[in-house]
Design a protein around this ligand. Sequence first.
Ligand code: XMP
Length: 321
Amino acid sequence: MKIEEIEAKDLNLQRFIEEKIAEIASLAGSGLAINALSGGVDSSTVTMLGHKALGERMKTYFIDHGLMREDEPERIVSLFKELGVLVELVDARKEFFNALKGVTDPEEKREAITQAFYKDVFGRLVKESSATHLLQGTNYTDIEETVAGVKRQHNILEQIGIDTQEQYGYKVIEPLIQLRKPAVREVARALGLPEEIHNRPPFPGPALAARIIGEVTQERVSLVKKATKIVEEELRNTQAFQYMAILHEDKVTGVRNRKRDYGLQIEVRCWESQDALTGSPTRLSYDTLEKLAERITTEVPGVVSVTYNITKKPPSTIEAV
Ligand code: XMP
């Protein structure tokens, strides 16, 4: 299937919104649809479009896989409640941590998350709700990167030959497939989503698992969560495209209280980018970098080394996994 991009400059917002609402209603027919909200701009936009198109015939879930940032599930559920959209929080932590047990290879990790998400969790929710369709916020860049073989984005299914009806028991509706992030943000704003959502920095579908090199365990997620919170607090005012903390697998020798401390390494990345296809590191000041190192080594247990990535994309990618 050839998908044609609609650039932000060519987007007629009201027309796009009306067309997508009609398209969702027609594709879903008399069936029920479900969707997963993560709070990112893509899934939030799709949630609003689906809500307008199907009303009570669409059920929205927030899948808590244990890989989100601190307090994120509760915050997003309450924010959408204020917008009149009921979101059910699903505790799927066990399923995801089981699926990720012992997995260290990046693409295998992504595959494990895809299967846990679409087959286990959504397979179950679809059966329980007798939904026929899954609505999701796949965008143009996700497809491009996966099809080009850069990285398997967790939400790419049909475009790489997966028959979702046959494999998972439901059809997928993807209203944002022709748009890149800046255009999605415009649609989000036109739909009345608050700044916190329409301007939210991107966050990957595999969530913090994309920022853990090596095995994803509860303990390692808790470390990267703490480091993420610090990085987000310190870099919030940079206007950068995206910023993150990455937990490395290799340990290094450090020294604490004049004793050897064989400890962990955190890598900080902060990106300037338009569409995530290419990017370059933000020229952060040394004061900012020093503050990050100071806070991370004091507040995240066991960390003795903090580095800043100065590589462009390509050859780096934005996330580490
Ligand atoms: P990479 O790491 O491929 O990331 O340079 C490009 C952009 O996509 C986000 N990202 C994802 N988004 N599912 C998503 O929905 C994924 O599997 C995924 N992996 C990466 C990443 O945060 C960046 O903005």
